[in-house]
Design a protein around this ligand. Structure first.
Ligand code: NAD
Ligand code: LMR
Length: 338
């Protein structure tokens, strides 16, 4: 039994005053990178999620404080903190869902690919531990560049013999969240009523909003299409520039990550008809990984939905996206095979 976990477990802090160690029935979720800009609000929001019974918070710094703080919230999930690589495997044992927002964020002037050198190694280490400790968990990968980190994770799992393509999902929900917001603004609608499929990947021109498939069905002028496509593709950069060196999107990302994780957990519970966009191992195009609408179920991704009819503008965007994506995928694969 690990010491730090004992110290950070809200129940063990109470010693003999704690009558029960059990939490509400539900799923066990680990957050890797839990003390970061995304990790902290994400941990807080997952502690509120009624589908979560156990919440493990792992980071290489500051998890004792974040854990003590969040563990005082009077919601069902039992929270435990894990600090440093020695405690990584304990953090992962028995988990149903692992969410990974670990890694460095962009500063102005950087692309997501500029993060590759640092984040590729972090993702590789974390996925090696997942393969050992919870090979059947659903993995929600947030660390950038997602277009390359998901292929890295897949290679690590393949090498460990645990790869199940339906359980590895790159999180592109923030693109959908932004698209819903910006499209709702243009249409004068409540963003909660709008759904925009966003396909491709999660960087610049690989982010391809399908405005021809917006729900409720809507038409846009060419000027609106240009404006919306550009704003959705560069939403991340808009936040990076506004934060002026203090990082990238954290709060909207934590919201998007929870929206996505909640969909995964409802699907694990057996709810039917759960469809979200995610960057996954895919045969929708000739590329090995691609973001598109997927149907989630008890086993993770149960079906990858076809792209549907695209207009000329979207077909052109798709060709450009594929050219960049193929390079990012290859970069991830060759890093992991080295
Ligand atoms: P941050 O620097 O605030 O937090 C990152 C956390 O990761 C830190 O607490 C750090 O200690 C931790 N960390 C570093 N190495 C680790 C390791 N080996 N194991 C566990 N934890 C480790 O950064 P942030 O703003 O939270 O962003 C995190 C990542 O998410 C970045 O790569 C960023 O680009 C990415 N991101 C992705 C999306 C998306 O849509 N997919 C959106 C926003 C940010
Ligand atoms: C985002 O879309 O906000 C994230 O990928 C972070 C970034 O670097 O833009």
């Amino acid at each position: 039994h690990n010491l730090n976990m004992e110290e950070n477990d809200s129940c063990s802090l109470m010693g003999s005053n704690c009558r029960s160690k059990g939490g509400a029935p539900g799923f066990k979720v680990a957050i890797l990178g839990a003390a970061g800009g995304i990790g902290q609000p994400l941990s807080m929001l997952m502690k509120i999620n009624p589908l979560v019974s156990v919440l493990h918070l792992y980071d290489v710094v500051n998890t004792p404080g974040v854990t003590a703080d969040i563990s005082h919230m009077d919601t069902g999930a039992v929270v435990r903190g894990f600090l440093g690589q020695k405690q990584l495997e304990d953090a992962l044992i028995g988990m149903d869902l692992v969410i990974i927002p670990a890694g460095v964020p962009r500063k102005p002037g950087m692309t997501r690919d500029d993060l590759f050198n640092i984040n590729a190694g972090i993702v590789k280490t974390l996925c090696e531990a997942i393969a050992k400790s919870c090979p059947k968990a659903i993995v929600n990968l947030i660390s950038n560049p997602v277009n390359s980190t998901v292929p890295i994770a897949a290679e690590v799992f393949k090498r460990a013999g645990t790869y199940d393509p339906s359980r590895l999902l790159g999180v592109t929900m923030l693109d959908v969240v932004r698209a819903n917001t910006f499209v709702a603004e243009v249409l004068g609608l409540d963003p909660r009523e709008v759904n925009v499929p966003v396909v491709g990947g999660h960087a610049g021109i690989t982010i391809l909003p399908l405005l021809s498939q917006v729900k409720p069905p809507s038409s846009f002028t060419p000027k609106e299409i240009e404006y919306l496509t550009d704003r959705i593709q560069n939403g991340g950069t808009e936040v990076v520039e506004a934060k002026a060196g203090a990082g990238s999107a954290t709060l909207s990302m934590a919201y998007a990550a929870v929206k996505f994780a909640d969909a995964c957990l409802r699907a694990l519970r057996g709810d039917a008809g759960i469809i979200e966009c995610a960057y996954v191992d895919s045969k929708v195009t000739e590329l090995p990984f691609f973001a598109s609408k997927v149907r989630l179920g008890r086993g993770g991704v149960e079906e990858i939905l076809p792209l549907g009819p695209l207009n000329d503008y979207e077909r052109e965007g798709l060709e450009k996206a594929k050219k960049e994506l193929v390079v990012s995928v290859e970069k991830g694969v060759s890093f992991a095979r080295k």
